[in-house]
Write a protein that binds this ligand. Structure first.
Ligand code: PEP
Length: 234
């Protein structure tokens, strides 16, 4: 399974290094075989060798150039980063990235063979508008995306569940994941208020291939417990 931590705008470089070291030591002590991904803040990226795969939360579709505030491939290469998160709801809804921009970014990093964790998910009003409207909204987020890309991982993250403590029911997660698996056979993660107290049940669902965890991943011990749940289930 894939257990991923989105550290968002948290942890300095020093804290991130300590965090990743703690995960590495848990993984080697317990011989866990899960794929563990960590997405630190951009300024906390560092070269890393080990079992944990370190990815970027964002980068522009460019090698370098005049894109103030952004980083490009040259900067990722400096740290040996080959994994990127694209389409996170905070980038779509807070920072206003359009589907067109995301597709451009996706294609750029796909051409380079990056592992891409591509996020989809509906805001509350779309969920409340009924299943048809909700699925149409999510389907639009697949437009322009090569769903058969071999290094693709999809994360279903309902916007209203991110950082709110709210989650869909387990039955809902399973139903939506089953529907989304028809769009792509790529590994499908669930994200949105996953915590140490609900991760086991989520990971046990059919068509859930892992989890993408935000706030709760900041506690390294809790995150290690989630890695262990996945190991025990497998
Ligand atoms: C996320 O940011 O991808 C996320 C799932 O956040 P949280 O776990 O805090 O809801």
């Amino acid at each position: 399974m894939i257990i991923a931590a989105n550290l968002k705008t948290n942890f300095t470089r020093k804290q991130t290094t300590e965090y990743i070291d703690e995960l590495e030591s848990y993984i080697s002590k317990n011989n866990t075989t899960q794929d563990v991904l960590v997405f630190p803040a951009t300024s906390s990226l560092n070269p890393h060798e080990g079992k944990v795969i370190v990815g970027a939360q964002n980068a522009y579709a460019t090698n370098n150039g005049a894109f103030t505030g952004e980083i490009g491939l040259d900067h990722l290469n400096e740290f040996g980063i080959k994994t990127i998160l694209i389409g996170h709801s905070e980038r779509r809804h807070v920072l206003g990235e359009s589907q067109q921009q995301l597709v451009k970014k996706f294609n750029f990093y796909k051409e380079l063979g990056f592992k891409i964790v591509y996020c989809v998910g509906e805001p509350l009003e779309k969920r409340e508008a009924g299943k048809g409207e909700m699925m149409n909204y999510i389907s639009a987020q697949y437009e322009g995306i090569d769903t058969s890309y071999e290094n693709l991982i999809i994360a279903y993250e309902p916007v209203w569940a991110i950082g709110t403590g709210l989650t869909p029911t387990l039955e809902d997660i399973q139903t939506i994941h089953t529907d989304l698996k028809e769009k792509s056979t790529a590994p499908l993660l669930y994200g949105g208020s996953v915590k140490v107290t609900n991760a086991k049940e989520v990971l046990a669902l059919n068509n859930v291939d892992g989890i993408l965890v935000g706030s709760a991943a900041l506690n390294a011990q809790h995150f290690c417990s989630m890695i262990q749940f996945a190991e025990d289930i497998q």
